[in-house]
Design a protein around this ligand. Structure first.
Ligand code: ADP
Ligand code: MG
Length: 318
């Protein structure tokens, strides 16, 4: 059985690109780019709450870093460093090896250094802290939505929620549909380049982790504004659109979590520049509504009438 030290040495200690000192000492050392602000965030993944404990550990590794990088994207920050605190039920070397391969695949793709962490025995829990940089005053804050702003989202929504419903056999999908949606659920792609491109173009942004309505609700609450949203403008995949006549699937698009696309608001004058940014990144961006002075959130359904929304999103303590 591998010791804690062996596990760290073999699987979590890799040369860093941009840290002064990485794994191995009492603390890591990093040099912040002069004049930049440090953006810091943490996200924890608990087995069987945030992921199925028996799925491919590579995917768990990928996702645990990707959801953290997504928070940097949502701030308009460039992700740079991460730490990883992990509790493992046992020192299963094979599992750790695959987990770390997935984690580092994501780290490579987004040029993030793993600079430290902690490894301990316990129920499978993964806690990642991410640090990034953003020029002062350019962060995309939840509190900065303006009345009249257009509300935008990137990419298709609802795939991850549909996958979860399919995997839990709450909703019937073909094997092909399930395979497509499951990859959205298990391997989200953080929209880092979009976040960077939105500096100076968008007022506010966040990543959709708990569901569009719940997450947009945070922007509305922080900014003291309301919104009108149009369901038929929300981008969905072919798979979701095939099932969109069902109320439950409409709910997944509006309230399903785990998509990790960005939702942001920007003045209408920036519409063409934002559309051009989407083209340049090969990422569909869609204006799905606008910010209103009247507080509250109205969702216009497929037939144009205002929908009754029962559940806004996922709340661990609800
Ligand atoms: P300490 O006793 O000071 O907590 P540890 O023995 O826990 O030190 O860790 C030794 C080194 O390995 C430290 O640099 C720590 O940041 C790093 N480390 C421990 N676990 C991990 C991990 N899961 N991922 C990355 N680095 C880790
Ligand atoms: Mg320790």
């Amino acid at each position: 059985m591998a010791s804690e030290f062996d596990l760290i040495q073999r699987h979590f200690n890799r040369p860093t690109r941009q840290a002064v000192l990485g794994v191995g000492d009492d603390a890591a050392l990093v040099q912040i780019t002069p004049g930049m602000e440090l953006a810091v965030s943490a996200d924890m993944l608990v087995a069987n709450t945030h992921f199925f404990a028996d799925i491919d550990p590579w995917l768990i590794g990928w996702k645990s870093l990707a959801v953290n990088i997504s928070d940097m994207a949502a701030m308009g920050a460039l992700p740079r460093w991460a730490t990883l605190a992990i509790a493992l039920p046992q020192a299963d070397e094979d599992w750790v090896k695959q987990f770390s391969a997935g984690f580092f695949a994501c780290a490579e793709q987004f040029k993030v250094d793993l600079i430290g962490g902690d490894t301990t025995r316990g129920p499978l829990t993964i806690s990642v802290q991410i640090m990034g940089e953003v020029p002062p005053g350019q962060s995309l804050l939840r509190s900065l939505a303006h009345v009249g702003d257009q509300i935008w989202v990137s990419g298709p929504l609802g795939d991850a929620a549909l996958a979860l419903a399919g995997l839990q056999q709450r909703y019937a999908l073909t094997d092909q549909e399930l395979a497509y949606c499951t990859s959205a659920l298990h391997q989200p792609i953080p929209r880092v380049e979009l976040g960077l491109g939105l500096r100076g173009l968008a007022h506010s942004a966040l990543d959709i982790s708990d569901g569009l309505l719940a997450d947009l609700g945070h922007i509305l609450a922080r900014s003291n504004v309301g919104a009108e949203l149009y369901l038929n403008r929300i981008p969905v995949s072919t798979t979701v659109s095939t099932h969109l006549q069902h109320d439950v699937v409409q709910q997944m698009v509006l309230s399903g979590g785990d998509d990790y696309e960005l939702c942001f608001t920007a003045r209408p004058e920036n519409h063409n520049q934002i559309a051009a940014l989407g083209q340049e990144l090969g990422l569909p961006l869609h204006a799905i509504g606008h910010i209103t002075r009247d507080q509250g959130l109205n969702v216009h359904g497929m037939d144009g009438t205002i929908m009754i929304i029962e559940e806004n999103g996922f709340d661990h303590f609800a």
